[in-house]
Design a protein around this ligand. Structure first.
Ligand code: PEP
Ligand code: MG
Length: 592
């Protein structure tokens, strides 16, 4: 039920908000607000009659914070002693600063704003003043003070804060952002759909939503604070809409639309067992991207030929400590069995960027996507890397396992990774632990330097897998998760197509195969370009497989080759987009 004391009016008519559709489907349910980022505090106007309720909320959050800090202090006093624990006394004192408390109340009263906002403003001005003082003691205290105030804010916002893990009713989650670890912990039975204020098609939460088959809309911009939790919402993952308090007519219309989508899905289901051949008999392998074990039944259901990308980091993101060797072996083994008779391509950890958990020990970085990520992390944490490689090798004894390394930007990194792999294999041999006699080793091409030196890298691997999500991000300098530049994220850009062409030609010249496992492979407008460029395998979220098969089966390889040879030379991305869209609309309009 909407809480009247908050001052947020309950909408009386439906309200529509447009974002980016990233995972198809329609869902209706109560809204749950998730403050994934506790530092977001929005200004909200309140009515004069709500001032008292806001002040009460403030006082009870101060009290709650005091109790929490006191409990931590007592615990510490027992474990490390009274002297060290007494640093928390200063924290408690800062909660009782009467001039701060009065300033906050005064702002709420005179400016009629929500108390979280007033508190944050006052805290900001206090910390600024403390930092300006020419006194080390006060400058250091500013840090403590901020710590305490974050806790107060969290408690203030706790009224509407939901923990994904604690949902008890099937709901639609609205959050500023969802980190990959939040998304990895979703309970599919209780989350009906996902809406976020930021993000774009290739952000990891969007990828995860697709693989969980949950309707999702991202990039909705500032919405949190406008509605109460519990209000009924409809999420439209086809058009990218979030509809608050949908009318009966809207619900009826959406019911009708769902029927149409279901009819298309039933027709696509019939393609499950068919072979992805173009009309002139050019064969493409279509496999699936998976993140967690629960994805495996879906790959068979949708007719994928094995797994083209297992993002192993989700196993690490789902729990509070890194999985040990045996746990990994068990997971890879089960996945390899479920992929039979096809392959399972295990990508070694791609931790870093936006994929982090405290137990992985990654420091705060200014530019995490250009930082300690992918193979750089694995080479920098050899104990974690070796454990993972041992587990992969052991699993290879029982399935058609292949391995690949992410984010390689240089031959030296590839050689170092291969050297460690060889050492691990040797160690297992000495210990008489079974492993496959031989398995394919590949490298992901997702950094322009790797694409441009593909001819060198090709001599050291059995296959390439193009990670278009990152390759586009790094080529065009467009943050793949930033909704403000999402419109400039252009797979049809001639630079992107030329790089892929370079990679495919280098691979084939050296007798190795090449796949694409980024989201470009599931974009059926881009499929003719990838097929025409000579890519051998397309790997995508399981739910996209039937559409990709349908696109391939409608294409003529020679025609696709001719089209893309024009696109590569074209000056304009828009022209490429138009040509590709035109081909897709002519050949398979029903799946666009
Ligand atoms: C990619 O970059 O295209 C890719 C498949 O890797 P990820 O999306 O996990 O970064
Ligand atoms: Mg990548």
């Amino acid at each position: 039920m909407p809480d009247e004391s908050s001052g947020i009016p309950t909408p009386t008519t439906e309200e529509r908000y447009k974002g980016t559709a990233v995972s198809p489907g329609i869902a209706i349910g109560p809204l749950v607000l998730l403050y994934a980022d506790e530092h977001i505090v929005r200004k909200r106007r309140i009515r004069p009659e709500d001032v008292n309720a806001e002040i009460v909320r403030f006082e009870s959050s101060l009290l709650k914070t005091r109790q929490q800090i006191q409990a931590i202090r007592n615990q510490l006093a027992e474990s490390i002693g009274e002297t060290d624990a007494s640093i928390f006394d200063a924290h408690i004192l800062s909660l009782e600063d009467s001039s701060l408390i009065e300033s906050v109340k005064e702002q709420v009263f005179s400016r009629l704003v929500n108390v979280d906002y007033a508190y944050e403003q006052v805290v900001r001005s206090y910390t600024r003043k403390m930092k300006e003082l020419d006194d080390d003691y006060f400058r250091e205290r500013a840090g403590d003070f901020l710590d305490v105030s974050r806790r107060v804010l969290r408690n203030l916002q706790g009224k509407v804060e939901a923990e994904l893990q604690n949902l008890d009713t099937p709901s639609i989650v609205l959050s500023h952002d969802l980190s990959p670890s939040d998304t990895a912990g979703l309970d599919r039975k209780l989350v009906l759909g996902i809406a976020t204020e930021v993000g774009s098609r290739t952000s990891h939460s969007a990828i995860m939503a697709r693989s969980l088959n949950l309707p999702a809309v991202v990039g909705l911009r500032e919405l949190i604070g406008k509605f109460e939790p519990g209000v009924e919402v409809l999420i439209d993952g086809y058009e990218g809409l979030l509809i608050i308090s949908p009318t009966e007519q809207t619900k009826y219309d959406y019911g009708q639309r769902e029927k149409v989508h279901r009819d298309v899905d039933v027709k696509l289901d019939a393609l499950r067992e068919t072979v992805p051949l173009t009309t002139d008999q050019h064969r493409i392998i279509v496999s699936a991207n998976v993140e967690i074990l629960e994805d495996m039944p879906l790959i068979r259901e949708h007719g994928a030929e094995g797994v083209g990308l297992l993002r192993t980091e989700y196993l690490f993101l789902q729990q509070d400590e890194s999985p040990g060797e045996d746990q990994q072996v068990e997971m890879y083994r089960q996945m390899a069995q479920a992929s039979q008779p096809h392959h399972l391509i295990i990508r070694t950890l791609d931790i870093g960027g936006d994929k982090k958990r405290p137990h992985l020990g990654i420091e705060l970085e200014v530019n995490p996507f250009l930082g300690f990520r992918g193979i750089r992390y694995s080479l920098g944490r050899p104990e974690i890397f070796r454990t993972q490689l041992r587990a992969i090798c052991r699993a290879s004894a029982e399935g058609n396992v292949r391995v690949m390394f992410p984010m390689v930007s240089d031959l030296g990194e590839l050689k170092a990774a291969r050297r460690i792999l060889e050492e691990v294999r040797q160690e297992l041999r000495q210990q008489n632990i079974p492993q496959a006699e031989r398995f394919e080793v590949g490298v992901m091409i997702e950094v322009p330097s790797a694409a441009l030196t593909a001819d060198t890298l090709a001599r050291h691997v059995d296959f390439f897998s193009i990670g278009s999500n990152d390759l586009i991000q790094y080529t065009l300098a467009i943050d793949r998760g930033n909704e403000n530049v999402a419109g400039m994220y252009q797979p049809a850009h001639p630079a992107v197509l030329r790089l892929i062409q370079t990679v495919v030609e280098a691979a084939h010249r050296n007798g190795i195969w090449v796949g694409v496992c980024g989201e470009m492979a599931s974009d059926v407008v881009m499929v003719p370009a990838l097929v025409g460029l000579g890519v051998d395998e397309l790997s995508a979220g399981a739910a996209s497989i039937p559409r990709i098969k349908r696109a391939i089966q409608s294409l003529n390889y020679e025609e696709a080759r001719q089209l893309v040879s024009r696109c590569v030379l074209n000056e304009s991305t828009e022209e490429n987009q138009r040509l590709l869209q035109e081909m897709a609309s002519r050949l398979y309009p029903e799946i666009l």
